[in-house]
Design a protein around this ligand. Sequence first.
Ligand SMILES: Cc1cc2nc3c(=O)[nH]c(=O)nc-3n(C[C@H](O)[C@H](O)[C@H](O)COP(=O)(O)OP(=O)(O)OC[C@H]3O[C@@H](n4cnc5c(N)ncnc54)[C@H](O)[C@@H]3O)c2cc1C
Length: 406
Amino acid sequence: MTRVLVIGGGIAGPVAAIALQKAGFDPVVHEAFDRTADQAGNFMNIAPNGLDALACVDLAAPVRRLGFVTPAIAFYRSDGHRLTPDISTEVQAGPGAVIQTLRRADLYRTLREEVERRGIPIQYGKRLTDVESADGRVRARFEDGTHADGDLLVGADGIRSRVRRIIDPAAPEPRYLGTVNAFGVAPKRRVEGTPGVLRMYFGRKSFFMSAQHPDGDVWWFANPPRPSEPDAAEMRRPGMDWRDEIVELFRRDGMPALDVVRASTQFSVPSANYDLPTVPHWHRAGMVLVGDAAHAISPTAGQGGSVAIEDAVILAKCVRDAPTIAAGLARYEEVRRTRVEGIVAQGKRNVDGNLSGPLGRMVRDFFIRRAFRDIAAKGPDNTPVWMLGHHIDWDTREVASARTGR
Ligand SMILES: Cc1cc2nc3c(=O)[nH]c(=O)nc-3n(C[C@H](O)[C@H](O)[C@H](O)COP(=O)(O)OP(=O)(O)OC[C@H]3O[C@@H](n4cnc5c(N)ncnc54)[C@H](O)[C@@H]3O)c2cc1C
C-alpha cells in the first residue's frame, strides 16, 4: 500500500490523512508540537464550502457539533447604521447552507480525534527538518533525529512551511498585511437580532466583527492597524493592554464595539495578519503542499481553513484517480490554483477596504450594498456564489483536462 507522510496536524493535515485513507492510501501524520500545544482560544468560521468538503470524508457531522451555527451575515457603518439586512448564508451558497462558528482549539482536537478513531497514527513532537527524495521514495527527517520513509509527502505545515522551502528554496515568504487580529468574549450581553449572525462593523479606525453565542456570550474580533510588522515581544503583551488599546480605537464610533470590548473578560493572544498570494511550485519529487503552506489567505476572508479542507479532499481524489502520483499532483495543482489565488486576492481587497480613508470607505460601502443586494435578489435557488457555493463530489473522477493533457 502507498505510504503517505502527512506533515502537520492542524486542519489540512488531519483532513488530508482521512481523505487519503478513504482513497486507499496508508497515511501517517507527523505534528511538530506535543498534543497539549494547541491552546489557541480564538475562534474561526468554517464556511459552507468547507463543510461541503468535510462531508465528502464524513467529517461534517463532528464539526457541526462544535460552536454554533451562523445563519446569516450583516454589514454596518462606523456610526452603527446598517449597510445590509441580515443576508442568509443560503443565498450565497444554496439551500440549507450555514457557516459554523467554532473555537480553533476545538476544531484541531476534533479532527485529530477523528484521525485516531480511523486508526491513522499521529506522531507528536515530530518537527520536520529535511526531506530526501529518490527513485519515487521520500525520507522525512525530524528534529529529534528520527526519520520516516514513504511514497508521497504532504506538506500541511502551515504558513511558515518547511516543506515549501524544501520544494523550492526560493519560495516566497508570507506578506504582512498591516493589521493584527485580537479576539475576545464578553459574557452574557444583550445585543440586537438573531443569535449566531456575524455582524461586521467598518469602524473608522478598525474593523470589528461580533456574533452572539446561543448561550448569550458575545464572541468578537477586531483588526487594529499596525503599519509595521509587530515583533514577537509586542504580540506577547498581556490581553488587558490590548483591551485598553482597542477601546480607544472605537471611542468615536457609534457601533456596539466599545461596550462589548469593555465588558470582555476573555482575550486570546493577538496575532499579526499575513497572506501568501502565489507560491510558484506546489509540488516536486513526491512532495506536495496543501492549505496555508501553499496559499495563505487573509483572515478577513474567513476562508483559509475551508480552502485548506477543500485542498486536502481534492488532493486525495487526484492521486486516487491518476495513473501515477506525479500525474495526480499535477492535476491537483491544475484544479486548485486559480480558485485559491482568487480567494487570496479577495482577502487582500477586504484588508485594503478596511484600511482605506473616507473616500475609499464610501466606495467600499457602495459596492457592499450593491453586491449583497444583487445576491439577495437571486434567492437561495439560484447559482451559488463562487466562493461559498463550491461543491466537491467525492465519487466524480478527477481526470486530466484536454487542455494540458495531464
Ligand atoms: C487570526 C486568524 C483568524 C482566522 N480566521 C479564519 C476563519 O474564520 N475561517 C477560516 O477558514 N480561516 C481562518 N483563518 C485561517 C486558518 O486558520 C488557516 O488557513 C488554517 O489554519 C490553515 O490550516 P493548515 O492546516 O494549512 O495550517 P495550520 O492550521 O497552521 O496547521 C499547521 C500545522 O503544522 C504544524 N507544523 C508546522 N511546522 C511543522 C514542521 N516543521 N513539522 C511538523 N509539523 C509542523 C503546526 O504545528 C500545525 O499544527 C484564520 C487565521 C488567523 C491567523
